[in-house]
Ligand binder design. Structure first.
Ligand code: TRP
Ligand code: SF4
Length: 325
């Protein structure tokens, strides 16, 4: 039996380069080797965006267009929208009954988000249960492996604990432990050197045009110690250099030579990077345009995914109910 892999993203809008190197390039590889289910976690998004709920539909299509553009293939993996498969919520309810409040209140991600996100009121019953729904997502498909970022590790640990608690209470071995698969690529920083994030407005989107990419790259922060062309640079302290490592590794050594010997200036260096990025993204951009013109096709793909996901979800829930009731 092939391993089952589950992962999901919240539909918060267009995806950026951080999503590509952090998640999508992994997902693309996994769809060849494993039975993959890729989820659109729209209930999770709603927990934060309940006052802007009408954005979720558009964000779902845009995100799935990005998935398709990056080479995720609905013939190889199941694309499933969480809110279209009601069993996610049934299993969440089941888990809610046996998850101790303390586990949720102690969750470091939860505490951090309550502290840091001030633009929305997250003091809700639903948001406290965020990881319970995430556990339901994963265990509904009996996933063995979950590709996630490091920030999601506490949630995966809770998933395992909830699965074990279910097994313990109902004297069963129904849910197996699932493993995290962490991304190998080093984390990509945003244009200003902070974490790349839509809310910091420091991201290059997969849907950006070549001109937008050039403008954004021109504004990138570089080695702060290099003010003039004749100053030698410190490429290892420069975010532009780390972009070369990821997106144009064949040019990286040459750039480093120029930089440490003060042979080329940062503006020129960034223009070279911008061109390399445009080339790197070209196949993605082309596929993106094709799917963006045919949105009904995207909904058809999601409808096919819903059917396939539902078969697995119904089976699991019927087994769970037999164990519990
Ligand atoms: N919480 C994840 C995030 O914000 C999204 C998510 C929801 C998820 N359900 C999941 C990730 C299940 C992995 C498995 O990125
Ligand atoms: Fe960074 Fe390039 Fe400037 Fe060196 S030349 S500091 S690598 S932008």
């Amino acid at each position: 039996m092939r391993k089952r892999v589950y992962s999901a993203m919240r539909p918060t809008g267009k995806l950026h380069l951080g999503h590509l190197v952090g998640a999508l390039s992994n997902w693309k590889e996994f769809q060849e080797k494993y039975d993959c289910v890729f989820g659109v976690a729209d209930w999770h998004a709603l927990m934060g965006e309940y006052e802007n709920s009408k954005t979720l539909k558009e964000n779902t299509v845009e995100m799935v267009i990005d998935w398709l553009a990056c080479g995720l293939d609905p013939e190889k993996a199941i694309f499933s929208v969480q809110s279209q498969v009601p069993e996610h919520l049934e299993l969440q309810m089941m888990f809610s009954c046996l998850t101790p409040l303390g586990w949720l209140e102690r969750n470091p991600t939860y505490k951090e988000q309550l502290r840091e996100i001030t633009t929305r009121d997250l003091q809700t019953y639903g948001f406290l249960g965020y990881p319970v729904l995430q556990a339901a997502d994963i265990l509904l498909y009996k996933a063995n492996a979950v590709p996630i970022g490091e920030d999601q590790l506490p949630h995966l640990e809770l998933t395992r604990e909830i699965g074990r608690r279910f097994n313990h209470i109902f004297k069963t071995e129904f849910f197996a432990d699932c493993d995290a698969i962490l991304t190998q690529t080093p984390r990509l920083l945003g244009l200003d050197g902070r974490k790349m994030s839509k809310s910091y407005q420091n991201a290059i989107n997969l849907s950006d045009s070549p001109d937008e990419i050039k403008t954004k790259v021109k504004g990138m922060f570089t080695d702060p110690k290099r003010l003039r062309l004749k100053d030698v640079g410190h490429p290892y302290e420069c975010n532009v250099h780390s972009y070369f490592s990821i997106f144009a590794p064949e040019k990286k050594d040459q750039v480093r030579e120029w930089c440490v010997n003060a042979q080329k200036g940062c503006t020129e260096c960034k223009m070279i990077l911008a061109e390399a990025l445009v080339e790197y993204l070209r196949p993605i951009t082309e596929r993106r345009e094709k799917f963006a013109k045919d949105r009904s096709k995207v909904w058809d793909i999601l409808e096919e995914g819903r059917k396939k996901a539902s078969v697995i979800a119904r089976q699991t829930m019927s087994e769970v109910k037999q164990i519990v009731f």
